[in-house]
Design a protein around this ligand. Structure first.
Ligand code: HDD
Length: 749
């Protein structure tokens, strides 16, 4: 090819004669125009990839990993037996020469990798992000352009628990999104809580050590209800804002689909002309923000520890694709980096949405479940430093430490520096870096000159111009300063923001916060820890402190000074709005005496409304009776209230209505009030207790009475026909719960 320097030895063919100068090599010019890298030399190209059947396989590892219809070894040798070790005789010793045995066991021995040091338990999904173009005036990132579609992979997680812990524990949730943009990968590594426990990354190991199980007995798992956590947060009052969010319903979401997400830090957007704007990122779920009650979360932890990951996967499989709008709050990029007196570099502070509205800039839809949990959900590696042109960092000291930590942790977790080559981590933009070798290198790099400048590889790779290049610094002036280990004075306001959060909640949400603090602190053994935390609460709100103190049986301390005068931010409350009901799960209690024709029609109506009807019956299989037959999805033996957003009662099943129940009843174990099966009564009374919508018709109304649920209570609907009952129940579902049913001052927390 013209202009390409030869890879041939220029002296080849010339006889070597000692003393005679080597013939002059043709001068090698440094090329000035970019072009493709050189093709690999013979000895540098990788082997061709063949499948076990001998066909050439696509290089895509997803295909390459499993091709051919026959079982093989890792080296592609077909096997005739994988069930027996090679032995000297049927009853003789196993022989060391059995390569297949050794290879199989050795690989198995190394199947696990270290779990994430935090956010170990998670679930993920693929999807697409579509830009609205509304941010293009202030941000040159291509993926935010109007109608630009970008593939995404999102991983939701809990923070404290191990990989096998329960989904519904009280904890912050991770909300990490990988955008595979045309300009390279952008990761938005956020949480469902908009603030963080600490202001400086140097304290991250401390807060995590305090939150993780106690090092002596390794308990409790996935909980903050223990001494070391409350010791830390009561001694580090900067944690108060995050802690009060964690004690609110936000920390026990109904579903990943009903969580907000936050980028937490302030980021800097850069426009085409180099102009800058400070922003905070928000994810707003289309279904609204909804939570469990604490009792539901606890029951779910035992009944279905996989509740959230199952919910996400089921919804996607059913075509109820979860959606979030990405939005930004924008602030002028002033030298102080403040907005209305709020320090934008302090990750324990938020700017109320009423002061800086969240402006929508795009829509994310999750459309596909991962095919392989390990390859995708476990091996995905996020990094807050994965930024694209147009999105830049600020000097938030928490963010600075994160920029170091995330690559570092992958080197241990994913076994080396080449994790970007794993299929889930590969950028969708062309890569031409000069990183070479290292553990788990899977690329077969061509060329001989992975350095710059070079002349031997045609000068490749070339640099982009500043206009299209990434990591082009905005010309931000760094003030002349003395090196210090200190935080600015504005970082020491630890009370006004948590107070605003508390005052912005509705009475029932405040009750839940009180109940959560009381529960968690009651699990602490050290009186000094409880007393110190009460002193922190006294500086947040007198009513909150007094109620928690009463629950703990301790005196309520006085505040250390006048409480800050803050206006509430109504946007922080989850109540007071109606939301779409897509994907809501409706349980229908029925038996052979129910009007099954009406039931079949009702199921169709629920389906058509985008919801999930589950018939709960005395036994599995089918109900056959008046009006035909209906397939059952749950039985009285395996259904529990936590699974359903609303319950409809189409029957009043008697005690011992199935084989198990009959046996129990005979043994005197179960006696239902009013002769009704006690498992049905438990189902209904729990749903009532958790303020879920309840509907009944015909004999179903008898269940309400037997379960102690007044027919005139909020959220209870009784009518003659199933259709009108369900119509009203749908309206109630749009508000998530019948909130009025929680008596103020005596909630189930
Ligand atoms: Fe972090 C994982 C979110 C502060 C160090 N972090 C991790 C994940 C999320 C967050 C969602 C899971 C990513 C995944 O699904 O793989 N982290 C945050 C947020 C923070 C934050 C919103 C504050 C605003 N993190 C933070 C600090 C440090 C780390 C200050 C260390 C100095 N985080 C890590 C880590 C993890 C991680 C150790 C564990 C696994 C991983 O990175 O890939 O590097």
């Amino acid at each position: 090819m013209a202009g390409r320097p030869s890879h041939e030895n220029p002296n080849a063919g010339e006889p070597f004669i000692p003393g005679r100068p080597a013939p002059e090599a043709p001068p090698v010019e440094e090329p000035t125009t970019p072009r493709e890298p050189l093709p690999p030399k013979q000895d540098q190209s990788g082997p061709e990839v063949y499948s076990a059947t001998g066909e050439s396989a696509d290089i895509d590892p997803a295909v390459w990993a499993q091709t051919g219809g026959r079982l093989t070894t890792a080296q592609g040798l077909r096997l005739y037996d994988t069930d027996h070790s090679l032995k000297a005789g049927e009853r003789g010793p196993v022989l060391l020469q059995d390569h297949h045995l050794r290879e199989k066991i050795t690989h198995f021995d190394h199947e696990r990798i270290p779990e994430r040091v935090v956010h170990a338990r998670g679930a993920a999904a693929h999807g697409v992000f579509r830009g609205y173009g509304t941010a293009s005036q202030i941000c040159k990132a291509a993926f935010l352009g109007k109608d630009v579609e970008t593939p995404v992979f999102v991983r939701f997680s809990t923070v404290l628990g191990s990989r096998g812990s329960a989904d519904t524990v009280r904890d912050t949730r991770g909300f990490a999104t990988k955008f595979y943009t045309s300009q390279g990968t952008f990761d938005l590594v956020g949480n469902n809580i908009p603030v963080f426990f600490i202001q400086d990354a140097i304290k991250f190991p401390d807060v995590i050590h305090a939150g993780k199980p106690h090092p002596d007995r390794e308990i409790p798992q996935a909980q903050s209800a223990h001494d070391t956590f409350w010791d830390f947060v009561s001694l580090h009052t900067e944690a108060t804002h995050h802690t009060i969010w964690a004690m609110s319903d936000r920390a026990i979401p109904r579903s990943f689909r009903t969580m907000e997400g936050f980028g937490v830090h302030t980021f800097r957007l850069v426009d085409e002309q180099g102009g800058t704007t400070l922003v905070k990122f928000h994810w707003k779920p289309r279904l609204g923000v909804h939570s469990m009650t604490w009792e539901e979360a606890q029951i779910t932890g035992g009944m279905d520890p996989d509740f959230h990951r199952r919910d996400l996967a089921d919804a996607i499989e059913a075509g109820a694709f979860p959606e979030w709008e990405l939005g930004i709050q924008t602030f002028p990029d002033n030298p102080e980096q403040t907005f209305e007196g709020i320090d934008l570099l302090d990750p324990t502070k938020i700017v109320p949405e009423e002061w800086a509205p969240v402006q929508p800039i795009g829509l994310m839809t999750l459309t596909a479940n991962p095919s392989n949990f390990f390859a995708e959900t476990e091996q995905v590696a996020f990094h807050p430093g994965h930024l694209v042109p147009g999105i830049d960092i600020t000097d938030d000291p928490l963010l600075a430490g994160r920029l170091f930590s995330y690559i570092d942790t992958q080197i241990t977790r994913l076994g080396g520096p080449n994790f970007a080559q794993l299929p889930i981590n590969r950028t969708h933009a062309p890569v031409n870096d000069m990183n070479r070798d290292g553990m788990h290198q899977t690329a077969v790099h061509s060329g001989v000159a992975p350095y710059r400048p070079n002349s031997l590889d045609g000068g490749c790779p070339f640099l982009a111009g500043a206009a299209e290049g990434a990591y082009v610094e905005s010309p931000v002036t760094v003030p002349q300063a003395t090196k210090v280990r200190a935080a600015p004075a504005s970082f020491s306001d630890h009370t006004s923001h948590p107070r605003r959060f508390y005052l912005s909640l509705s009475p029932v949400e405040r009750e839940h916060v009180i109940a959560a603090y009381t529960f968690e602190l009651s699990k602490c053994y050290e009186p000094s820890v409880k007393e110190r935390q009460l002193r922190v609460l006294a500086d947040i709100d007198t009513e909150l402190c007094a109620a928690v103190a009463a629950g703990l049986g301790l005196p309520a301390p006085k505040p250390s000074g006048p409480l800050p005068d803050v206006a509430p931010s109504p946007a922080l409350s989850q109540l007071g709005r109606s939301w779409p009901t897509d994907g809501r799960v409706i349980g229908i209690v029925a038996d052979e005496t129910s009007d099954l024709a009406a039931l079949a029609t009702l199921r169709g109506t629920i389906h058509d409304g985008g919801m999930v009807p589950l018939v709960i019956a005395p036994h599995g299989g089918e109900l056959a009776g008046t009006g035909g037959s209906v397939v059952t999805q749950r039985t009285f033996a395996n259904a529990r209230s936590i699974e359903f957003d609303a319950l409809l009662l189409a029957a009043a099943p008697g005690v011992g209505s199935d084989a198990y129940g009959a046996r129990d009843a005979k043994a005197g174990l179960h006696t239902g009030s009013g002769g009704i099966d006690p498992r049905v009564l438990l189902l209904v009374s729990e749903a009532y207790r958790h303020a879920k919508a309840l509907g009944a018709w015909g004999p179903g109304a008898d269940v309400l009475a037997a379960a102690g649920c007044p027919q005139d209570a909020a959220g209870v609907v009784v009518a003659d026909d199933p259709g009108s009952v369900f119509g009203r129940v749908t309206e109630l579902l749009a508000e998530h719960r019948a909130w009025d049913r929680f008596p103020a001052g005596a909630s189930v927390g």
